[in-house]
Design a protein. Sequence first.
Length: 138
Amino acid sequence: MSRTQRLWLHGSVALATLTGVVFAIMKYFMKSADEFAVANHPWQPYMLAAHVVIAPALLFILGWTFSNHMLPKLRFGDGTRRRSGLASMALIAPVAVSAYLLQIATNETLRNAMAVTHWITSGVFVIAYAWHLLSSRG
């Protein structure tokens, strides 16, 4: 993987994670003083918008790195860091599908299920990705 790809990948994962976590904190852990407020924090809609814009860029960058990092390592890798890489790679589809369904679901039960699925798969992806990065340091 080129240095440029590495920087774009790490940056997009960091930004998607940051905007997702900040949005979740604003939505689920803050309470507006105004009982009629649509958002719990004035920046909440902007965090969601930033997350929704950054996430497809992250998917594009993951696709960009697939052909010259993930696929060759999957086919010909020496086995080091294989578990963390496979774990990260396996979570890409559930994160993306749950995010897409979360945005288009009109049924509240499905929406809640996709939200929980997205939180869990995203959280595990970030942990697996960090594990993958940290295991390369040793």
